[in-house]
Design a binder for this molecule. Structure first.
Ligand SMILES: C[S@@+](CC[C@H](N)C(=O)[O-])C[C@H]1O[C@@H](n2cnc3c(N)ncnc32)[C@H](O)[C@@H]1O
Length: 297
């Protein structure tokens, strides 16, 4: 009997490339449609947390999980150690570690640069996870993709979806925190936890803003956005903050999530429904000024 022919898996939509000043990065291998799932990833390492957990408790949980990984799967443990290690967080003198000090410091630094917080159904932190591929996403303050996870469904897997069209060769970036954070807060977090100064298009514009303009943005206002732009290149005056915020930032109070279109249908039709990656709200495209809710019927 002839062996059943199985079709080869589709080529990946992103591939790792080294970019100057940014290290390993994920690049689109072809044109990507809004809502397309760029990758699905399962954790290399997963450890529990809670909103009440101290840094020392989180570090202890991380080191315990890393220790069992080193015993159960040495190759995965080495893969973990090969991920980017940014600044090492302060190590509590009281914390005991199953590893020697330098390895402990490396693990804490890898965790700080790569761990994704997972939330429960009530949007409280319930775990942290480090993913083998998703760890290669660099940050942009106006990302072109966002991640979705569904721990309340009993899975720590993560998927990343495109927000809009992405041309082949373009880097795919996530935002490492809610997109509605102000300039100073973003820069401080990126320097402290990730060890770099962000020079994305949005930061270059906002570096020239006065404090009151930044406050307006954090309050959800966008009136000041177009006014004080002092871009050198002609044509950049219409920097797309306002459009991005209206279309892709969830307007549910205290949510701060990012909206991405639902995945395209099997025939490739792009969805006109966007889903928030934090609160799960669905909004029909073009309904930004309406009540924002999807009709039940
Ligand atoms: C999660 S890792 C991303 C993958 C990393 N580039 C690598 O080589 O493995 C986070 C680190 O990537 C770098 N990075 C991320 N976004 C960046 C950006 N916009 N500009 C420069 N470096 C960035 C920083 O070193 C940061 O600590």
């Amino acid at each position: 009997m002839a062996a059943a022919s199985s079709s080869p898996p589709p080529p990946p939509l992103v591939q790792v490339a080294d970019l100057p000043g940014r290290g390993r990065s994920l690049i689109a291998t072809r044109h990507i449609k809004p809502g397309e799932i760029l990758l699905s990833d399962s954790p290399l390492l997963l450890y529990p947390s809670s909103p009440a957990a101290s840094d020392a408790e989180d570090h202890a949980a991380l080191l315990r999980a890393a220790h069992s990984l080193s015993l159960s799967s040495p190759s995965s443990f080495h893969q973990l150690l090969s991920l980017h290690a940014g600044p090492t967080p302060p190590v509590s003198s009281s914390s005991s570690s199953p590893f020697p000090p330098s390895l402990t410091a490396t693990l804490l630094a890898v965790d700080r640069s790569n761990a994704f917080a997972l939330a429960d159904a009530r949007r409280r932190v319930s775990a942290y996870a480090i993913y083998p591929l998703a760890s290669f996403f660099n940050h942009d303050c106006l990302p072109n993709a966002c991640r979705f996870d569904y721990p309340d469904r009993g899975s720590a897997d993560l998927t990343v979806r495109a927000l809009h069209d992405i041309p082949p060769g373009r880097e795919v970036c996530l935002s490492y925190f809610p997109v509605n954070w102000g300039y100073k807060e973003r820069q401080a977090r990126l320097l402290e936890d990730y060890g770099f100064r962000c020079e994305c298009d949005r930061c270059r514009v906002e570096a020239n803003w006065k404090d009151d303009e930044e406050n307006m943005e954090e309050d959800g206002g966008d009136e000041g956005m177009a006014e004080e732009e002092e871009e050198e290149e002609e044509g950049d005056g219409d920097f797309p903050h306002a459009y991005f915020f209206v279309k892709f930032v969830c307007d549910v109070e205290n949510c701060g999530g990012t909206l991405a279109p639902l995945p395209p249908s099997d025939d490739g039709t792009v969805s006109d429904v966007l889903e928030c990656n934090v609160c799960g709200k669905l909004r029909k495209e073009g309904d930004e000024d309406g009540d924002g809710e999807m009709d039940d019927d």
